[in-house]
Design a protein around this ligand. Structure first.
Ligand code: FAD
Ligand code: SF4
Length: 469
């Protein structure tokens, strides 16, 4: 039957059900439900199939979005799952945590006045539901090539690289210093955005496909990197970016001030029952908390503090709401949960004697755009004020911190510590050491799950070309 082209006029955008704020702040579980088959088909049917799929171009892995939406509208779930895995190694994860408003959904033709197709939620629905109904990736055509690749880092970049290699008959061994796979998916992003069972389910699929994990093993400490280079046909590095950026203002060492990542990780360890050092846990119960920064990490901190029972949580950011780098959906969720936002405030100092008592800020106005096109905040003279706070979380982002062994093996990094590896090299994402490839945050600086997935997949394609597969 021909598709009724104006379905979007009659059927409004409807996201999966979201728990009300007063309920969801009482736990750390995910806040969105999943579609059922009828809802997913109806929402997928809103796609105009506009002929020039801007959504596909804006999606960093270039998912075949209109094609899998059409399959879902027709009820062909397993075919949609297979197609979705042709371009994305972690579709159920990207569907949950990509900033769709800036990517696929932001580019949807219907976003202009009608409400974009719920691409992310449908992407999650496809894999989650197909798996529940017994679908498994089709690996019937895989023939072992005899090639072996070592992957350092079980974050999205390393997992995506392993996925593509395994599907092409190359045996990947993934090393990680953590006790579980996922990188920041597991030890960073809070469970209210991504429950850890989702990552564990993906681990099982990768293992079924032949990916071997060696955990609790830090390369360069527990096992020499040079041996990996010698013993394997190629090596992929997906080490992430973990050097926290500091504010550089007085008071950062006061009691009551902490960095974002240790705060979030300690909370995850407690929530998941993985805690080994209870003294690492930072409890915001009963405190007035200020979070400095405006990215995804800052949003995760404010919402974690709310769930821990903070008396008040204030997010302090030096630009305005429009220029925040984090996902708009997460800012909105944070507002609903009771977070107060102070835009256009630049921190000058953390004040207090032994312990922090407040954040001294100055108001800003936005000036000319910087090199990345974002308008520069400029201080407004005489507008200083102090925001009372007895706990402050610094969430200014991360830089790569290349380990010393890189240099010894001839791997070049740039002036800010990013490994030099490029999509347009002879072999995609090959480094200056011909046997070593790299991708994700350690190459592009801290960014997104989906861009790390893209680079891991591209690097695997580069290796396959090198091997002549
Ligand atoms: P990582 O995920 O950092 O993985 C690197 C892995 O390498 C780690 O497991 C680490 O243990 C391992 N490793 C490092 N060195 C060694 C070594 N020497 N030996 C063995 N193992 C090693 N992105 C989104 O798209 N949406 C979001 O909502 C979002 N929220 C975020 C929230 C927080 C709090 C943070 C910090 C980031 C968030 N991001 C988000 C960004 C996203 O998580 C990262 O861009 C992505 O995880 C990068 O993937 P990666 O594989 O490059 O690195
Ligand atoms: Fe959108 Fe991310 Fe899925 Fe691409 S991977 S379609 S950007 S949710």
């Amino acid at each position: 039957m021909a598709k009724y082209p104006l379905q979007y006029l009659e059927i409004p955008r409807r996201d999966p059900e979201k728990q009300p704020p007063e309920e969801r702040v009482r736990h750390f579980g995910e806040i969105y439900g999943n579609y059922d088959g009828a809802d997913a088909a109806q929402q997928a049917g809103r796609c105009l199939a506009c002929g020039n799929p801007y959504c596909e171009w804006k999606c960093p892995v270039h998912n075949y979005i209109p094609n899998w939406l059409a399959l879902i509208e027709e009820g062909k779930l397993f075919e949609a799952a297979e197609l979705s895995h042709q371009t994305n190694s972690l579709p159920e994860i990207c569907g949950r945590i990509c900033p769709q408003d800036r990517l696929c959904e932001g580019a949807c033709t219907l976003n202009d006045g009608f409400g974009a197709v719920t691409i992310g939620a449908i992407e999650t629905y496809i894999t989650e539901t197909a798996l529940m109904q017994g679908w498994r990736p089709d690996l019937s055509n895989v023939t072992p090539s005899g090639r072996r690749v070592a992957i350092v880092g079980a974050g999205p970049a390393g997992l995506a690289c392993a996925d593509v290699l395994a599907r092409n008959g190359v045996a990947p061994t993934v090393y990680d210093r953590q006790p579980e796979i996922g990188g920041l998916l597991t030890f960073g992003i809070p469970p209210f955005k991504l429950e850890k069972k989702v990552v564990l389910a993906r681990r099982a699929l990768l293992e079924e496909a032949g990916v071997h994990f060696v955990l609790r093993t830090e390369i360069g400490v527990d096992f020499p990197f040079e041996r990996l280079v010698d013993e394997y046909d190629a090596v992929f590095l997906g080490l992430g970016a973990y050097r926290p950026m500091r504010g550089g203002f007085p008071g950062e060492d006061l009691e009551g001030v902490c960095e974002a990542l240790p705060y979030l990780v300690a909370n995850i360890n407690r929530v998941e029952g993985w805690e080994r050092s209870p003294e690492a846990f930072i409890d915001m119960r009963g405190h007035r908390v200020a979070v400095l920064g405006g990215g995804d990490t800052a949003m995760d901190c404010v919402r974690t503090a709310i769930r821990q029972g903070a008396t008040s949580v204030t997010c302090v950011y030096r630009r305005d709401e429009v220029n925040m780098p984090g996902s708009r959906r997460e800012v909105w969720n944070a507002k609903e949960e009771g977070v107060r936002f102070l835009w256009n405030r630049q921190p000058l100092e953390l004040v207090g004697h032994m312990a922090v008592e407040g954040v001294k800020v100055i108001r800003t106005r936005l000036g000319e755009p910087d090199a990345r096109g974002r308008r520069r905040p400029e201080a407004v003279a005489g507008s200083e004020e102090t925001i009372p706070a007895d706990r402050v979380i610094i969430a200014f982002g991360f830089r790569p911190d290349p380990p010393p062994w890189l240099e010894a093996t001839g791997i070049e990094v740039d002036e800010v510590g990013r490994v030099k590896a490029f999509s347009d090299s002879r072999y995609a994402f090959q480094t200056s050491n011909a046997k070593v490839f790299a991708g994700g945050d350690m190459v592009r600086g801290s960014d997104l799950v989906v861009t790390a997935v893209f680079e891991g997949r591209q690097a695997a394609a580069g290796m396959l070309e090198l091997f002549g597969i």
